[in-house]
Structures are given as C-alpha cells and as structure tokens.
Design a protein around this ligand. Structure first.
Ligand SMILES: [Zn+2]
Length: 329
C-alpha cells in the first residue's frame, strides 16, 4: 500500500488547507485550558512547537505529544458538527477513497482482528464500532460473521444514514452520550478516533463501560514513537490541529489503558506507510534528509525501503498503532 492510494495528494492538500483555516477561525483563544498528559496524567510537559495557532507539548514522563492548552469539549462538538474541513472530509475526501480503503484497509483489518480473536480463544457475538463512519468495517465483518449483533455508534447524521443503508443498527451519538450499551459488547472497536477526542481517559472509560467483563477494547490510532512522525515532527501532515490532538507513545498507551482499568494490554504497530510518507516529503522538501545519507539511501531504494518498513512494523516503531486491552472479569 502507498500513501497516495488512500490519501490522494490533491484532496489531502485541500483538506489540510481547510483545516488550517478552521484552526484559525473556529476556536477562540480565551476558552482554552492547559491539560495534564492525556495518557499518563503527568502535569509537567515540555513545549515543542506551534502550528496553525495551537501549541503542542510533550509529556516528560511517557513521551506522548498532545495539544495544550486545548479548547473545551463543547467547542469541539460544534467544530466537528459545523466546520468546513470536517464536512469536506465526510462529503468529499472519504467518499473518494472509500472503496480503495475497503480493499486496502478494512478487509485486511477484519481478517487480522478475527485472527486476534481466534488467538485469544474469543468469540464475538456482540460488536460495537465507535465512530463507525461509513460503516465499512462492520459491513465487512458481517460478510464473515453474519450472526454478529453489530452496533455502529456514529454522531454524524449523514454518516449514520450511510450505516443504516448498509443494514446496520445505529446509535446516532458520540460515544459519551450513547446510552443502552453498558456491559453490552464482547468487543468494542474504535479506529482512528482517539487522536481526536478532548479527554482520552474519559473516552477510554466509556469504551470499557460498553464492554462486558472479560470482553475486549481495541483501538487503532497514531503513535508518536513511529518513524515518520519522529522524522517529520512538526512537518508531519498527521500532526494537524485542530483535528489530531493526542498522539500517544507506546508507553502512553500502556498507561492510558491501565488508568482505564483495562488489563493484558497488547500493543503492535502494523503500519505500512512510514517510509513512503518520509520519501514523499523528502521529494518535495529537499532539506528534510540533508546530512542523513544512510536514511536517504535506505528510503530511496525500493528493496531496502520495503525491508525497513517491515522492520519498523515488527518492532513497535511504526506510527500506526493497534492496542488491545481486556476488561477484567
Ligand atoms: Zn504522559
């Protein structure tokens, strides 16, 4: 898989332009508050950089990168409901890549998650997808496991309609307000949402509360320990306020899941794009790899680039992480 297959350059650039405009126009500065580390709770971060009028800090204890000060949950709710960049993502960007992502991301995701369940000798009769979007994951899961009782939790009216059109049961709400799912699920999944939420610990507590004792919570999200994020840092398009505000480290994942009362936490980074992302940026920004001859030759050769990506994925060094935790019995 290549970055441009799932993020076409012209659409990505337009989305980033709109996001930068929204970052300046959608939030007032006086309502922002400093926050402790969103992963471990440590309250002595070090400032890293400003981007589009927002500040990112890094936790000195666990290494998590996060937005602080940050706007209120209410301001974010309005932003995700009304902002131009959020509408563009839902109405233009995602539909353009939905079928590519179905094939390249969602089907393999179902296969790998099903394998994880098998490895843990674990049957999924009740499944909840938080931030289900177009419902593609649940749609693909039901093709393999037709009897599953699957619930899509999705706050966007238009995306909730897309889920219903696929025959899914839908709770049209953010996770925090989705009632009736206490202790419901054998498995709660949440893909590419944690990086957006204003209070990750409260959010993880909600997900755990939807899981039956002995059930599992699974998330995928960005990981700050990954190669492309470490190489690009503030130049990364993934570190993009106001959307991506929590970018946890591997240690941060362990500590966040532990604080939420989840046990037997397993972390992997099956990302496939780190090297391709760095190579793409270096092609348009010749200063990026100046003086880094070894890295430059490694990423520019197709064979070594592929081998290096495998090495990153297998050693928790990719910026795309999967985290699984168990709700204790
Ligand atoms: Zn921390």
């Amino acid at each position: 898989m290549k970055e441009h297959e799932i993020r076409p350059q012209d659409l990505l650039n337009r989305y980033l332009e709109l996001s930068a405009l929204d970052a300046r126009s959608c939030f007032t500065e006086d309502s922002r508050q400093d926050v402790s580390c969103v992963a471990c709770g440590n309250d002595k971060p070090s400032f890293q950089f400003d981007k589009h009028g927002f500040s990112y800090v890094q936790c000195k204890s666990c290494g998590t990168l996060y937005l602080s000060p940050r706007p209120s949950a209410e301001a974010y709710e309005q932003f995700y409901r009304d902002s131009v960049s959020s509408q563009y993502w839902a109405d233009v960007f995602f539909p353009a890549v939905a079928e590519v992502r179905r094939e390249k991301i969602f089907r393999p995701r179902v296969e790998k998650l099903a394998q994880i369940c098998t490895d843990h000798d674990f049957t999924v009769e009740r499944l909840v997808d938080i931030g289900a979007g177009y419902g593609i994951f649940l749609d693909e899961w039901k093709k393999c496991f037709a009897d599953v009782d699957a619930v899509a939790v999705e706050p966007s009216t238009s995306l909730a309609s897309e889920c219903r059109a696929k025959g899914l049961r839908v709770v049209e709400s953010v996770a925090e307000n989705a009632g009736g799912l206490d202790n419901f699920a054998d498995l709660v999944v949440c893909f590419e949402v944690l990086e957006h939420v204003t209070d990750p610990l409260a959010f993880m507590n909600i997900l755990k509360g939807m899981t039956r004792p002995g059930g599992y919570v699974f998330i995928s999200t960005l990981c700050i320990d990954g190669f492309d994020l470490q190489m690009l840092w503030e130049k990364s398009t993934q570190i993009s306020p106001p959307h991506h505000i929590n970018i946890l480290s591997v240690d941060g994942f362990k500590r966040l899941f532990s604080r939420a009362g989840l046990v037997d936490v397993e972390i992997s980074t099956p990302g496939q794009l780190d090297v391709d992302i760095v190579r793409n940026v270096s092609e348009s920004d010749s200063s990026l790899l100046v003086g880094q001859r070894f890295i430059k030759s490694l990423v520019e050769n197709d064979v070594t680039a592929s081998m290096f990506q495998s090495f990153l994925s297998e050693n928790c060094l990719s910026s795309h992480a999967w985290v699984l935790g168990k709700n204790p019995i």
